[in-house]
Design a protein around this ligand. Structure first.
Ligand code: SF4
Length: 313
């Protein structure tokens, strides 16, 4: 008889509204303009999604000067781009569409607003992440990047000066709270964002993992190693009591021997990972173990972002 595993399936998990919209935009452009359609940077950080779109006629590039046929449309990824990118696209006469998630655009508007008032802006985020590069490219004045609590005191800013802060959308809710507290302790005049910048999808996926992590010996997070929200989910699972937690980038190569001493397995998928990968994982486990599946639903989501009218077919 095969070994029994209790599966704790986190909910919500997988695609968020921003990812859905970005993918829909690439598909809409392919339908409207035919192949190829260029996409600047991985539209969302997930190899499965990128490979699928490639097979439908998308060409992925990192910079606009890689576009060989300038008559073809280009789409900017969901992470957002510095202002210089649409400016270059205009100068090159490109047909372009911006798939920046509206929740990232909201942060772009915030920093622009502070910059116009010449207020120094602190951005809490991860250096070199495309979203951070995009946000830092919205202002004339430099933005001050803070990655961890210790960075706050090292900033070359007067503690009496009025400052504003914003955050990347896909951070750890808990770590960011500590950094924000440090900013408020250190600076006397802090202007906060009107609404939390960590997005609803990041928050809900982390909360859903927190609810079940302590039941688990092993937590599997389907996601990509360059995806911030995926990596945060692994950390959250460990911090909230799962004995082990790993990122599963490729379900087919997951070694099932890792469950030798485990019986309770948590599963989630990052905001850029499709449900079909969760199904693939469950099927692989079903073929080798006897499963009892417990699905937890922390929060219902009904967020939807429309694609631009021009890409509707
Ligand atoms: S994770 Fe959040 S900010 Fe990023 S695309 Fe999804 S909804 Fe938008």
């Amino acid at each position: 008889m095969s070994k029994k595993l209790n599966i704790y399936l986190a909910g919500p998990r997988g695609f968020c509204a921003g990812v859905d919209r970005a993918i829909e935009m690439v598909k809409g452009a392919l339908k409207k303009y035919g192949e190829p359609v260029y996409v600047r940077h991985e539209i969302v950080h997930n190899k499965f999604v990128v490979e699928n779109l490639k097979s439908e006629g998308a060409i992925f590039i990192e910079e606009l000067d890689e576009i060989k046929d300038k008559s073809r449309p280009v789409i900017f990824s969901a992470h957002g781009v510095p202002k210089s990118v649409p400016e270059t696209a205009l100068a090159l006469n490109l047909i372009y569409f911006d798939a920046t998630c509206p929740l990232v655009s909201k942060i772009h508007k915030e920093v622009e607003h502070f910059d116009k008032k010449n207020l120094p802006v602190i951005l809490i985020g991860h250096r070199n992440h495309p979203e951070v590069i995009g946000t830092m490219g919205q202002t004339k004045n430099p933005i001050y990047l803070v990655e961890k609590v210790e960075d706050v005191k090292k900033l070359h800013l007067n503690i009496n000066e009025e400052i504003a802060y914003v955050t990347q959308t896909t951070l750890s809710v808990d770590d960011t709270k500590d950094i924000i507290q440090e900013i408020k302790n250190h600076f006397k005049n802090v202007i906060e964002p009107k609404k939390n910048d960590i997005c609803y999808a990041t928050t809900n996926r982390q909360e859903a993992v927190k609810k079940i992590a302590s039941n688990c010996d092993y937590f599997l997070v389907i996601g990509a190693s360059n995806s911030s929200n995926s990596l945060r989910l692994v950390e959250v699972a460990k911090n909230y009591g799962s004995k082990k937690a790993i990122l599963v980038e490729d379900v087919s190569s997951l070694n099932l021997n890792i469950f030798e001493n485990s019986q309770n397995i948590g599963i989630t998928a990052s905001a850029s990972s499709p449900e079909v990968l969760v199904e693939e994982l469950i099927n692989k486990l079903k073929n080798n173990f006897e499963l009892k599946i417990n699905e937890a639903h922390y929060q219902k989501e009904d967020v939807y972002f429309k694609i631009p009218q021009k890409l509707k077919n």
